[in-house]
Design a protein around this ligand. Structure first.
Ligand SMILES: N[C@@H](CCC(=O)N[C@@H](CS)C(=O)NCC(=O)O)C(=O)O
Length: 249
């Protein structure tokens, strides 16, 4: 039976982290709301699928099992499809990396919604500028510098060494999202994180990921999603000194 993914049908959003694991696994899945619309997502969150209710999408249904929380879904799929370490310790570390990516994604979201998720961007523009300034100058370098150190510790080319695991797919997607949302800030910073940049390129070159991205299953970034391009929130200024020094190997 194919997996059923419930996620908003018009944005990559957090659903994309799940889609990338499904695609790289070659797993059969139905992106339910792409066929049935937002109502399918609302029904999933309302608890109509059974099981333990989810607070928010993405939601994955695997037979009778219904699970939510992006990092949890990615770990579940990664373990089932050979995209996770074989041992418990390695799996805990893969989840650690995935949760760190989730933190970064949440902070990226909060640059355009620093006051309230339920408010329009237009109602929090001034606060968004301040939030984005700090995110670009301090948090992107801190997070991506951290992943550069992880790659240094593992020896690469993947976060956990020689085998591709689910957080690699998610880190690559996050780099793409940050490039979309903050192209000027990212281009001024990428020379400092060659391992992360190479990892993103390696994920893009995976045949299944390349085929997925060329397909109509893959949605482009847009201004309703997690990573949004608002030029006023981007800036060419370099990362703060010291922050980079403190986080790079
Ligand atoms: N921590 C959750 C966050 C889920 C989340 O914020 N989902 C968004 C879409 S990306 C949503 O629709 N949230 C509705 C809400 O929080 O009310 C995860 O990683 O899955």
């Amino acid at each position: 039976m194919p997996y059923a993914l419930y996620y908003w049908p018009s944005i990559p959003g957090r659903g994309e982290y799940v889609r990338l694991v499904l695609e790289q696994a070659g797993a059969a899945y139905v992106d339910v709301a792409r066929r049935e619309g937002n109502g399918a997502v609302l029904a999933a969150v309302r608890g109509d699928l059974g099981g333990v209710p989810a607070l928010a999408p993405p939601v994955l249904k695997d037979g009778e099992l219904v699970i939510a929380q992006t990092a949890n879904i990615c770990a579940y799929l990664g373990i089932r499809h050979g995209l996770a370490p074989a041992d418990d310790g390695g799996r805990a570390i893969a989840l650690q990396l995935q949760l760190t990516i989730a933190d970064l994604a949440a902070e990226a979201h909060d640059t355009h919604h620093p006051v309230g998720t339920g408010l329009y961007y237009e109602d929090q523009r001034e606060e968004a500028k301040r939030a984005a300034d700090s995110f670009r100058r301090q948090r992107i370098p801190k997070f991506l510098g951290y992943f550069e150190r992880v790659l240094g510790a593992s020896g690469g080319p993947w976060l956990l060494g020689e085998a591709l695991t689910f957080p690699d797919l998610s880190l690559a997607h996050t780099v793409e999202g940050l490039r979309y949302a903050f192209p000027r800030a990212m281009s001024s910073f990428e020379d400092d994180i060659p391992g992360v940049v190479a990892l993103a390129a390696s994920v893009a070159a995976l045949p299944r990921i390349a085929a997925y991205r060329a397909s109509d299953r893959c949605l482009p970034f847009n201004e309703n999603g997690l990573f949004r391009r608002y030029p006023e929130l981007d800036d060419p200024s370099p990362p703060l000194e010291g922050v980079v020094r403190a986080t790079l190997p």
